[in-house]
Structures are given as structure tokens and as C-alpha cells.
Ligand binder design. Structure first.
Ligand SMILES: Cc1ncc(COP(=O)(O)O)c(C=O)c1O
Length: 390
């Protein structure tokens, strides 16, 4: 008998989680049998306000009544886009006050790479060992995992990978470099954090040679690290910043932020240098703007470190080799990949949502909604310790 999910919807792995979702509320997702799952991953760093927020639903409903798609991006003035831009401006330095809204994280990175090439007239790109920037050809080219890349070659030429926190490698950034692209905190590499000194040296080097620095905040941004944008931990500012995931408060979005001067280069030589039909969709922008208002009003970022400390306090077990985190972005490293496999799958059985990394088999991730309560953390962590005991 045909099974729609398995037979008619594209599969990305031979063994999907396959939860049959009924609805989601707060920190919980419910399946069609009524089983509750405590969401410790937020659809991979997306549902930062938890599920089913009234403010987000209201914003979507109000926008639905006004209009949906009216024109390709950039031609008409739409209030929802203006509102989101105004919200974002409050979170970023002036040099990042021009926004290009697209549909996903990888598209934001594609736009950033193109803008850097257009603005500098150069081609060489520098990325980092362990990097993940998305699954389309350009973003894949600057991602590191060779197993995931190799069948899709040829990819972008002249991409070079340097090592995080290695000051000597900064010499590879030269007058030929269009851009350095980097996650402010590496996610898929298993939460790898650059030092402040390194980030400042990187910034200096890029400025010296005229290379543009792109920081990918798609996973680390939106308060997850304990600051609105993770680059705030380093006292420096990138030339371009990309965002996505949580930004849409549950709807699909990507965003490239740059200076007005840089961004204008997309509109001349060639005109229409970067275009998208659905980018900046009014429903998504309305939801995203409403999300940012909630984040600000509830002062959620101020509570991130306390929640992270509470989680960290529980993560002590003979099977845990190392815990790496900045705020609520965690990698929990176990002794081997088999243990990780067991814990994640057992969690699924027991109603605790944990998940793997693409390229770090010895660790699993924790990225709960920023709204998770103390009681939910306690419940989740006690359950996790039980799973580790088995
Ligand atoms: C750091 C980072 N950059 C880019 C992406 C790609 O975003 P999307 O899946 O929305 O294309 C991801 C997604 O996991 C990511 O974690």
C-alpha cells in the first residue's frame, strides 16, 4: 500500500524521525496519538519563541486580511517589509542597516557571496574548516564537509578553508580575497567558538586587504547565544551579516544585512543583480517583526545565560566527554557516535526531542526555545540523564 510520507514526499535520509505531527504548543510538539515531545531542538534553532504564540498567529492573520503576494521583491513598497526592517535596525549597528529579505538561510549566503564579488571585483573566497552555510551550490562550496560536497562538484572555484582560531592562517586572506565567510559560532562543527582576540585579528586583516567579512548568524543569531547577534561577543562588526531560521518566528526567511552603499550595488551593473520572486513575503515579514517585538518585550535574551547554566549544571555524566555551548546553543559530546545514536533515538521514544549534527557524529545538539521554562529544563535534563544511564 502506498504511504504518502514515505513514497510521495522526498526523503532526505533513509531513517527520518517520522513523528506524525498533530499540533504544537509552547515547548511541546504533539503527535496524532496525543503523545507529547519536549522540544529541545526548536526545529533546529528556529522556534525561538516556542510553538503557537498568539502574537505571531495574530500578525499572520492580520496580514492575511490585508494582502499576500503582490509583486516580486523590490518593486512595491510593503508595510510588513518596512516594519521588519525597522525592527532589525534596532538590533544592529548603522553599517548593517540595509536588508535584503530572501526565503532561506542558504539564499542569504548566496546573496552575500554575490554581493562581495560584485563589490570587490575579486573571486577568491575564504571559509573555515568545519563550516556549514547551506545546501545550494554556492553555500555548499563554502561548506567544509567533503563527503556531502563531492558528488556535486564542480562547485565554486577558488574557495580556501582556514582553521578557526589559527592566527597564522589569516595570511591566506589577501588582496585577491573577495570575502571571508564565517559562522559567528560554528553550529554543525559541534558548537565551535572563536576567541575574541581571533575575531578582532580577523576583522583587522580583512580591513587591511579590502576583503569583505561575512558573518553567518543564521543559527547563532536571534538571541540564542545570549546576545542578539553572536558577533556582539567579540566587539567587532562584520561588513555583511546573514540571518534566517529563527528570524521568521516559524515562517521561512533569510536576510542579508549590509550598508546601504554596499547593498545598492545589486541594483546597477548589472541592474537586477540579485532577484527573488517571494523574498520578503509579507506574511513572513509580519511574523518576523511580531517575533522581534516579543523578544524585546519579554527580555528573553537577558534570561538565556541563566537557562544555559541550569542545563549545563545537569550535563554531568560518565558518558559525557565534553559540553560546548554559548547560551542555548549546545553540543553534548559523548564517547562515540553509537552512544549518540542510542540517546537520540531513545529520546524520541521517550518524548524528548534531541538531534544529531550533520558532520559531528560524536555529539548531539540542544537548542531549546528561548522561552523554555525552568521546570521544563529540569524535567528534560532529568530524562536525558536517565537515557544516558541506560
Ligand atoms: C550556520 C548556518 N548557515 C546556513 C544554513 C542554511 O540555512 P537554510 O537551511 O535555511 O538554507 C544553516 C542551516 O542549518 C546554518 O546552520
Amino acid at each position: 500500500m502506498s504511504h504518502t510520507f514515505k513514497d510521495h514526499l522526498a526523503q532526505t535520509t533513509p531513517f527520518p524521525f517520522g513523528i506524525k505531527v498533530s499540533h504544537a504548543e509552547g515547548s511541546y510538539i504533539y503527535d496524532t496519538d496525543g503523545k507529547a515531545y519536549l522540544d529541545l531542538i526548536s526545529g533546529i534553532a528556529v522556534s525561538y519563541l516556542g510553538h503557537g504564540r498568539e502574537e505571531i498567529k495574530d500578525a499572520i492573520k492580520a496580514q492575511t486580511d490585508k494582502h499576500l503576494h503582490v509583486m516580486v521583491y523590490g518593486e512595491f513598497e510593503q508595510e510588513a517589509q518596512n516594519e521588519l526592517a525597522e525592527e532589525l535596525k534596532q538590533t544592529l549597528p548603522k553599517s548593517l542597516h540595509s536588508f535584503y529579505f530572501v526565503n532561506s538561510g542558504t539564499e542569504a549566503n548566496e546573496a552575500a557571496l554575490k554581493l562581495a564579488k560584485r563589490a570587490t571585483g575579486r573571486r577568491k573566497l575564504i571559509s573555515f574548516k568545519g563550516a556549514y552555510h547551506g545546501s545550494t551550490h554556492g553555500s555548499l562550496s563554502v561548506s567544509f564537509n567533503e563527503i556531502k560536497k563531492n558528488p556535486f562538484r564542480p562547485l565554486l572555484p577558488d574557495v580556501h578553508f582556514i582553521e578557526l582560531n589559527n592566527f597564522g592562517d589569516l595570511n591566506q586572506i589577501t588582496e585577491k580575497t573577495a570575502a571571508v565567510i564565517m559562522e559567528s559560532i560554528q553550529g554543525d562543527a559541534g558548537v565551535r567558538i572563536p576567541s575574541k582576540e581571533y575575531m578582532q585579528a580577523l576583522r583587522k586583516r580583512c580591513s587591511e586587504v579590502g576583503a569583505l567579512l561575512i558573518l553567518d548568524e543564521i543559527q547563532s543569531g536571534m538571541g540564542r547565544s545570549g546576545k542578539m547577534w553572536a558577533f556582539e561577543h567579540y566587539d567587532m562588526v562584520p561588513d555583511l551579516m546573514t540571518s534566517g531560521k529563527a528570524l521568521g518566528a516559524g515562517l521561512p526567511i533569510g536576510c542579508l544585512a549590509a550598508s546601504n552603499k554596499l547593498m545598492q550595488k545589486f541594483s546597477v551593473n548589472p541592474m537586477l543583480g540579485h532577484i527573488t520572486t517571494f523574498g520578503g513575503h509579507p506574511l513572513v515579514c509580519a511574523a518576523a517583526a511580531a517575533g522581534l517585538k516579543v523578544l524585546r518585550k519579554e527580555k528573553l535574551i537577558e534570561k538565556v545565560d541563566e537557562k544555559a547554566q541550569l542545563i549545563k549544571g545537569y550535563l554531568k555524566h560518565p558518558k559525557i566527554v565534553e559540553v560546548r555551548n554559548r547560551g542555548l546553543m549546545f553540543a553534548v559530546e559523548l564517547q562515540d557516535a553509537e552512544q549518540v545514536q542510542k540517546v537520540v533515538l531513545k529520546g524520541l521514544e521517550e518524548g524528548l526531542l534531541l538531534f544529531w549534527f550533520l558532520s559531528t557524529p560524536n555529539a548531539f545538539r540542544l537548542a531549546p526555545p528561548l522561552t523554555i521554562s525552568k521546570e521544563e529544563i529540569e524535567k528534560g535534563m532529568k530524562k536525558l540523564l536517565e537515557l544516558l544511564d541506560e
